[in-house]
Design a protein around this ligand. Structure first.
Ligand code: SAM
Length: 238
């Protein structure tokens, strides 16, 4: 990948890829495109697009939060592994748990993780609304993270219950991010969160806007949340 600006973009953000990490991203790209022929994983298959809109975009969370000091991340609705697997490649010490309700995507991720030869990545096939009531996952993580899963009021109910006190929930959002933040005030308070300052960025080449919305977990989540599967989306906490 020496001819691709990805490494330079990351360098600019203080992330210096080793040869091994660079090779892992290349392998990730090739497996994604290959599996995408049989499993619906992504609408982006062009190398430049994947590197910018999946890999760089996923890593944008690390530009505003120190992942070096955390241990555990749960990625809700990771799909083809975004954002947690690019983060894992750059921060190999992290323990990652991926939750997704679609089994075929989990099968891809299991195979990918083997090929990437990374440790401490585990998978839960299920709905976040159910998994969040399992005591082995509830309020256990330093970080819950999600991209492109649901609008902020819904996403807060799905993700924040997994975060331990003083941990954070980070949502990677597009250009409507700030409006979504405003809609999620009630959800944030109800589930036990407090907003931290949002961060904005633009993608380095394509230049579209992104927002990283972050909540700190300040109180335990009341036991009734998240409500049963499907209810957060049908009746968002507005
Ligand atoms: N986060 C990935 C990304 O940014 O490319 C995937 C986004 S994809 C549009 C949404 C994913 O969330 C799908 O893989 C879907 O199966 C999963 N998902 C949606 N609702 C979910 C829920 N309630 N619990 C667990 N997974 C969910």
């Amino acid at each position: 990948m020496k001819d691709h600006p990805f490494e330079g973009w990351l360098h600019h953000q203080g992330i210096h890829l080793t040869e091994k990490q660079s090779h892992q991203f290349d392998l990730y790209y090739r497996m994604l495109v290959d599996w995408n022929k049989k499993v619906n994983l992504t609408s982006l298959t062009d190398r430049d697009d994947v590197y910018e809109k999946h890999f760089y975009d996923s890593l944008s969370a690390t530009f505003f939060h120190d992942f070096q000091k955390d241990n555990s991340i749960i990625d809700i609705g990771a799909g083809a592994g975004f954002p947690s697997l690019p983060i894992k490649i750059c921060y190999p010490h992290l323990h990652i748990v991926i939750v997704d309700s679609l089994k075929k995507r989990i099968a891809f991720l299991e195979s990918l993780v083997k090929e990437l030869n990374v440790e401490n990545v585990s998978f839960v096939h299920g709905r976040a609304e159910d998994v969040a009531h399992d005591t082995s996952h509830r309020e256990q993580y330093d970080i819950a993270i999600a991209r492109a899963v649901a609008k902020m009021p819904v996403l807060t109910e799905l993700c924040l219950p997994f975060v331990k006190k003083d941990g954070v929930f980070m949502a990677l959002k597009g250009s409507n991010g700030i409006n979504e933040k405003e809609e999620a005030g009630k959800a944030c308070r109800t589930i036990g969160g407090r907003w931290l300052s949002p961060h904005a960025l633009t993608l380095p080449n394509e230049e579209s806007e992104r927002y990283i919305l972050t909540m700190e977990k300040v109180d335990a989540t009341p036991r009734k949340y998240p409500r049963k599967a499907g209810t957060p989306a049908k009746k968002p906490l507005l």
